[in-house]
Design a protein around this ligand. Structure first.
Ligand SMILES: [Zn+2]
Length: 251
């Protein structure tokens, strides 16, 4: 009887463990990312948002890991490796967008969410991936053919790819509904931090930190709370889709 009780206990415990989420706050340490006109740094915003999303999801019984929980520099490959080791149900990288020239900084705002693709969905998507990939320097994949082979192997996992697209749409739609920001849509691009992940994965640009108004707004705790709530809602919508398909328990 005692043995049976232990087995039942273990079964109940694993059923209660719920989905596992990895959140990846962009940049960190010497890699500050982009800046707002008033000096808000992307690395700090991304970490703050990730911690807010973690608190909401933990409140719903999910297990949530952050790739970094402090202001430390973290290699893009290391993020992927540590995430895979946790065997998560999803991976979400959190960033803020920026524009290179004064005129574009004045005029460009809005939210966009990405999933991995070998080729970018447009010139703008290409530039965003180039900026987010820049911190990898030369240390990343080596010859470009390796990178391409890596992406193609990744895309062969077709179902995971479709799920990444579903995750991106769920997060994007929740963010637009909650914040009323300009909807720049779901896009695709070759982000290093999404390559080789063994889970549905997306990268969200929560707004243009370089825009005078949107950049200031991203620094407001109230707006940060709304953005975090929307990301958590998007995650829930995605996990409910998974549950409907696979009979997995969701929060
Ligand atoms: Zn970034």
């Amino acid at each position: 009887m005692r043995g049976l009780a232990i087995v039942l206990c273990l079964t109940a415990a694993s059923a209660l463990a719920g989905p596992v989420v990895v959140l990846d706050p962009g940049h960190g340490g010497a890699q500050a990312g982009a800046n707002s006109p008033k000096g808000l740094q992307e690395k700090a915003l991304a970490l703050d948002l990730a911690m807010r999303v973690r608190a909401i999801l933990q409140g719903r019984g999910l297990t949530v890991h952050l790739t970094r929980s402090k202001d430390v520099e973290l290699d893009l490959k290391e993020r992927v490796k540590s995430a895979n080791a946790l065997k998560p149900d999803l991976f979400l990288s959190i960033h803020a967008n920026s524009m290179p020239t004064r005129r574009l900084r004045q005029n460009t705002s809005g939210i966009e969410t990405y999933f991995l693709s070998a080729s970018a969905s447009g010139e703008q998507a290409k530039k965003v991936a180039a900026r987010e990939n820049a911190e990898a320097g030369d240390a990343h994949a080596g010859p470009q053919s390796d990178t391409l082979a890596f992406i193609l192997a990744d895309l062969q996992r077709a179902e995971a790819h479709k799920d990444s697209s579903r995750l991106a749409y769920a997060v994007q739609e929740a963010l637009i509904a909650k914040t009323g920001a300009v909807d720049r849509g779901v896009q695709q691009a070759p982000f290093y931090v999404l390559m080789g992940l063994e889970a549905p994965a997306a990268l969200v640009e929560v707004g243009f930190i370089s825009h005078p108004d949107e950049g200031a707004k991203l620094g407001e705790p109230e707006h940060q709370a709304a953005v975090a709530q929307a990301i958590a809602d998007g995650v829930r919508v995605f996990l409910e889709q998974l549950e409907a398909r696979e009979g997995k328990p969701s929060p």
